[in-house]
Write a protein that binds this ligand. Structure first.
Ligand code: ZN
Length: 192
């Protein structure tokens, strides 16, 4: 393991090698390369990961939001593919992080969704129908929990389709994976 590296810091300095390998564990028990200053590379990697995770939770500046939007506009297909190829458990983790970082948008989104559903709910819907609708949402939640794959309630005929608008009624609902759902709407919907 790492035989091509100097084994002491002194030697590394003399050889002008940026790394050395003692084969001894750091104070956290990693047997890894050390930087010339003595930093354990494994410790540093963990520190970077923690910093990145913390940064993801910080509210984004207008400039960084703008840059993100610009990147998305220029690389839509790549971004979509990347989002679709994420592992289900990563999607759940990502969604949690995103929600924690964007509480205002979470509220705005659920308000928007509620309004959309309300507008598409016919006045003649019975209590029984309404209970059936609730059941779809409970089912989606349950299946997601049990399988670890995120599921969503889909409107078979979209509420605001290009040609026709579907209704928010039990017979227009289906429980499908979020992956199928986002493929169907052909846009990434990481917020909902
Ligand atoms: Zn270490």
């Amino acid at each position: 393991m790492y035989t091509e590296y100097p084994t002491t810091r002194k030697e590394a300095k003399e050889l002008k090698s940026p790394y050395y390998f003692t084969g001894l564990p750091c104070k956290h028990g990693h047997i890894a390369l050390r930087k010339l200053k003595g930093t354990c590379m494994e410790c540093q990697k963990i520190e970077w990961q923690e910093t990145n995770a913390k940064r993801a939770l910080l509210p984004k500046s207008e400039a960084s939001k703008k840059a993100g939007k610009k990147y998305y506009e220029a690389n839509k297909e790549v971004v979509k593919l990347r989002a679709l190829s994420r592992k289900p458990e990563d999607i759940i983790k990502y969604r949690k992080t995103w929600k924690a970082a964007n509480p205002d948008l979470v509220i705005a989104n659920s308000k928007h969704r509620r309004t959309k559903h309300k507008q598409a709910t016919p006045k003649w819907l019975t209590q029984e129908h309404k209970t059936a609708i609730k059941q779809f949402y409970l089912d989606a939640m349950l299946v997601s929990k049990v399988t670890g794959v995120p599921y969503a309630v889909d409107h078979i005929v979209p509420l605001r389709g290009e040609l026709v608008s579907g209704l928010h009624v039990p017979w227009n609902l289906a429980v499908i994976t979020r992956e199928e759902n986002s493929k169907k709407s052909n846009k990434i919907n990481l917020q909902s």
